[in-house]
Design a protein around this ligand. Structure first.
Ligand SMILES: NC(=O)c1ccc[n+]([C@@H]2O[C@H](COP(=O)([O-])OP(=O)(O)OC[C@H]3O[C@@H](n4cnc5c(N)ncnc54)[C@H](O)[C@@H]3O)[C@@H](O)[C@H]2O)c1
Ligand SMILES: [Zn+2]
Ligand SMILES: [Zn+2]
Length: 368
């Protein structure tokens, strides 16, 4: 079928809106009419060649839409259902077999290679040339996408579908890191380093969990103001402040029980660890480039402190995303406060404003 998509033809090139031909869903797959798709830093990192992926590619991995058709054997969803398309996992590796699907050992290929697991692509240009079109097994910067039944989440039809795409990655990454990975108790102190889409999702979850204090650290005052409205009890602007750790200790007395790192900078990760009380845990969410290293002090860690990386909030999306939808409907996770809508045609402006930090979470509306 004929679709419209945003294509990146070579490394770091702008998105180009063009018509493409999309194949039919195979057994176990479904066709989703994308209503809106969030844009995540990972789309832009991939566009810019961080993961050495091929071109031309259609990115997008926070798709939300309506099931338009299903392939043979699909049981979990039916045409007309509202769905969010989440991250891919293989189902066969040692981590998938232990229900640790966000740490799937084949996820890098399934996310970045732009093809199905068997190497096939789903979109074609008019001259017949293939387009890499299974980014995160969805390529949602398009009017329609094909997804595997295993990776889609059925959501309530009375929920605001246009807002739900970001739950597929940044939303569940931040919220899951708190509600699934570290599970704070009411009154636990937490510091969130970097309050973009991921950090603010962690912060909203920390408020749901009853953390206190909730300390937000960023370099943008506007983001910090929003963090306070969404639940931060204290905010610290990192620019021009040499000792954020001392300020956190001043607020808490002994340091925080939990810290969440989303800036992807080694010096900030070090601070997020140094801010911990004994037996505290730092969760690393920010995506640094391969080869990035950080120094940590051994005796400090020895006192029960834990540093751990987390992918996708260790969520099982079919369980966790409906839970997040409930929080949204109850007004406890107001993600509309962090979203800015753009038409697909304005995708390059969305990317620029996201990189500049003026937009927190761009969401692209598809032309239908
Ligand atoms: N672990 C995962 O599964 C996963 C999933 C999605 C995104 N990510 C990664 O998480 C990170 C955050 O994503 P995002 O969409 O929120 O991006 P973002 O760029 O909007 O957020 C990062 C924030 O860090 C802030 N920052 C920069 N320097 C800082 C400093 N010195 N001190 C404090 N804050 C500072 C920025 O101002 C920004 O607000 C990215 O690296 C992204 O690639 C990881
Ligand atoms: Zn993402
Ligand atoms: Zn796996």
């Amino acid at each position: 079928m004929r679709i419209t998509a945003a294509i990146v033809r070579e490394k770091a090139a702008p998105f180009v809106i063009d018509a493409l031909e999309l194949s039919e869903p195979r057994a176990g797959e479904l066709l989703v009419k994308i209503v809106a798709s969030g844009m995540c830093q990972t789309d832009l990192h991939a566009r810019d060649g961080y993961f050495a992926g091929p071109y031309p590619m259609v990115y997008g991995h926070e798709g939300a839409g309506v099931v338009a058709a299903v392939g043979a054997g699909v049981k979990a969803v039916a045409p007309g259902d509202h769905v969010v398309v989440s991250f891919p996992w293989c189902g066969a590796c040692p981590n998938c077999k232990r229900d640790m699907i966000s740490h799937c050992m084949n996820s890098r290929q399934l996310k970045m290679r732009g093809t199905r697991a068997d190497g096939s692509t789903l979109m074609r240009q008019d001259n017949g040339a293939p387009v890499y079109s299974a980014f995160f097994q969805q390529s949602s910067f398009a009017t329609y996408a094909i997804a595997n039944e295993r990776h889609v989440v059925n959501v309530r039809k009375d929920a605001p579908l246009e807002l739900l795409g970001p739950l597929a990655c940044s939303g569940q990454t931040g919220a899951g890191a708190v509600l699934i990975s570290i599970r704070p108790k009411p009154g636990d102190a937490i510091a969130v380093f970097g309050v973009g889409a991921v950090g603010l999702s962690a912060l909203m979850a920390a408020r749901i969990a009853g953390c206190d204090p909730i300390i937000a650290i960023d370099v943008h005052d506007r983001r910090l103001m929003l963090a306070r409205e969404l639940g931060a009890t204290h905010t610290l602007n990192h620019s021009g402040r040499p000792d954020v750790v001392a300020e956190i200790r001043k607020i808490t007395g002994c340091g925080v029980r939990f810290s969440v790192e989303t800036s992807a900078q080694p010096s900030v990760l070090r601070e997020a660890v140094d801010a911990l009380m004994p037996a505290g845990t730092c969760v690393l969410l920010g995506s640094a480039r391969s080869g990035t290293e950080v120094r940590l002090e051994m005796p400090f860690l020895q006192n029960g402190r834990i540093v751990r990386g987390v992918i996708q909030g260790e969520s099982c999306p079919q369980r966790f995303i409906p839970e997040l939808v409930e929080y949204i409907l109850q007004g406890r996770m107001p993600i509309d406060r962090i979203v800015t809508f753009y038409d697909l045609a304005d995708i390059n402006r969305a990317a620029r404003e996201s990189t500049a930090g003026t937009t927190i979470k761009p969401v692209l509306r598809m032309p239908h």
